[in-house]
Design a protein. Sequence first.
Length: 496
Amino acid sequence: MNRLLARSAIFVVTAALIGAASVSSAAFADTTYEDAIGLSWSPTGPYEGTTTIPMYPNPRVVPGDTDSKTVWVRNDGPAEGQLKATITNVVLGGDVNDQFYKDFTINGQQVFDYNGVDTQVADILLPMGDTTSITVNYEFPEAATSGNYKEQGTVSVHFDLVLSIAGPEKELHMNARAICQRDVARVFYDLETVGVENPDSLPVTATWRQADGTLVRVDTIPAGQTSGSLLWPGAVVNDDDIAVGWPGWRVVKEGETPDWENYVYDPTLDSTKWREPLTITFEMNPTDVVTLEYPPVSPAGCEVPRDPGVYITKVASVGTVAAGSNFDYTIEVGNTGLGAVHPVTLSDPIPGNLKVNTVSTAGAPTYPRWDGCAVTGANSAGYGGTLNCTLNGYLGYNEVAPAVVLNVTVNANTPSGSLTNVATECATDPDTPTVAALCKDAEAVVNIVPKGTVVSGAGLSMTGSDLAMAGGAVAALLAMGFAALTIAKRRRSAEE
């Protein structure tokens, strides 16, 4: 057998069938190991062996004729291989629409159906040294009246039977589906392999592409993870695995009205294209390709509650201060809830023995930001009054409004003792605009000592967590005049 460099071993059988007379052939009876056609292959340097045998040497058939030919094939290694048998190079002589080609069948199928296509008739995983048979049969029905021409060869059938053997095929079968879970699009997958050695030790890459082939993202599935889920490109989740970002959506900018919560849908974003069907190529060598559509957002059972979680903190820059001295208050308002709030207001009634010297906060183009921050109602000397601010914008998930810093002076005649200052934020959930605004307080307590007292190591005012760690020593610290306390309280607006 001739051996040529190629991908697999090839054995070619050429057959010629011409309508109009009878034909007979000898069966391959009592075939031995040595009689079989030995095919071998190499995974590192594949080669090919070829031979051609006429399967039906008598070229004439008549109605009622049937016959079959069996070829025995042996796998000569070097290991188990994938044996394939394919009927190919089918040529129909004369008029291909002649009734003869519909009456005449090969392996039970009209020969007309074989014309111009390759038809695989066997695909067998054959252990090294084993032998198997490939059978090709034909039938020309007794009732047929076609093919009866005076001139021999008016209709004819020619085809090749190609036998090939190579290493076992590697297959990756991926069952993937896109669904919405926890308000975000995810692709859930299950994978199976065929012919892959030690698949549990191999990672899988998942390459996302747009319909035009543009690369979107490449994910790596850890080795051994045969089932799981992937976030759809552009989706973002928080530590609780709940969606806080989506393709085509972004946080609202100044002057815009949100489409939902504090987000707008922006068709100009690159990620908007990712809401179109995407192809995912799963590759472990072999590969499998699936095309999935972006699932509907928030179907039944997918949507999650999106309540706001607004908080306020107020911290003094000192724990103890002498009358007549200056210090700062820093106020911050943030939102840890999934829902946005708007409008948001901040108020801070200033104690009568404090004078606000300056109010500082970030201005434009910061967004959101506090607008109109000013103290009104102070006495003629500037003491007391109320600070009021209004947030310009929506406060969404994990957003913090710019800090508001008050520089204040303690009246020199203030008696020793504690000084409490309480700031309040009130926020409305746009999803429930008729419900009263939810308000929260934060207070800072500063210890006042007589004017001229030298205060060293006064530190910041103590927060609630600081107080818990101090334990039983808190009472003593308060008595000594060194403690300051920040307490956050939750309450509804005064209307309730």
